[in-house]
Design a protein around this ligand. Structure first.
Ligand SMILES: NC(=O)c1ccc[n+]([C@@H]2O[C@H](COP(=O)([O-])OP(=O)(O)OC[C@H]3O[C@@H](n4cnc5c(N)ncnc54)[C@H](OP(=O)(O)O)[C@@H]3O)[C@@H](O)[C@H]2O)c1
Length: 201
């Protein structure tokens, strides 16, 4: 049987036969075990947003939550990360141990350590072999890729901040919360925050 329904799907030919009623249940089970499945990546958006959806200001992050940065590193390491040109330029350099993909309209843009793309389609084509590629921001890029994503890993900081870039509204008709971990403010971190995972319905 498939290891993970989100990752392993039936081939178009089998779906067609199934829809036309040409496959009996038992045959379908056997085919699922024997025919190589078409892989689809679990495209995951990862972001930290305040209660008012604030993401950043003056092309920088607003808060510093060390545990959240560690979690970001743990989840994204070894994977492709897709980001906007402004987010890439807000970092000192390309993020190590990850395939950095930068979206820009600038045709002559050649940053060190990153692959440049000029459209959503080209970005998605580059990550199709990765089981879990990540969309890492910023505001424009989250908005652009939201319809293509299967999962959102959101760190919700329970406070309102002044900002110039915001995370898009999560439409609960389309997304359902599947996990939540609440973290209390501490000496290192002034705000309560939660790690929330959403999956597309
Ligand atoms: N809190 C968080 O989790 C988080 C995460 C990431 C970033 N941020 C913050 O977000 C802010 C940056 O976000 P932002 O919305 O200003 O910028 P952004 O999304 O990082 O990048 C926007 C740029 O992406 C390119 N782009 C957008 N759509 C495109 C398309 N369809 N085709 C080709 N290129 C396209 C354009 O680059 P060109 O102008 O070069 O054409 C555009 O200027 C910063 O403050 C950063 O610190 C926060």
């Amino acid at each position: 049987m498939p290891l993970h329904n989100d990752i392993y799907t039936l081939t178009p030919q089998i779906i067609k036969q199934k829809n036309e009623g040409l496959l009996y249940e038992k045959e379908e089970e056997i085919l699922q075990e024997t025919i190589p499945m078409a892989k689809t990546p679990l495209l995951t958006m990862i972001a930290a947003a305040a209660e008012n959806n604030a993401l950043g200001k003056d092309n920088d992050l607003i808060w510093h939550i060390s545990d959240d940065l560690k979690r970001f590193k743990r989840l994204t390491s070894g994977h492709a990360i897709i980001m906007g040109r402004k987010t890439f330029e807000s970092m000192p350099k390309a993020l190590p141990n990850r395939t950095n993909i930068v979206l820009t309209n600038k045709r002559d843009y050649q940053p060190e350590g990153a692959t440049v793309v000029h459209s959503i389609e080209d970005a998605l084509a580059l990550v199709k072999e990765d089981p879990q590629p990540f969309i890492i921001g910023g505001g424009e890029i989250y908005r652009l890729f939201m319809p293509y994503c299967d999962r959102i890993e959101l760190t919700r900081v329970h406070h309102n901040f002044e900002a110039d870039v915001f995370f898009p509204e999560i439409d609960l008709n389309q997304w359902k919360e599947i996990a939540r971990e609440e973290i209390k403010a501490s000496e290192e971190q002034a705000y309560n925050y939660s790690y929330i995972t959403f999956e597309k319905k």
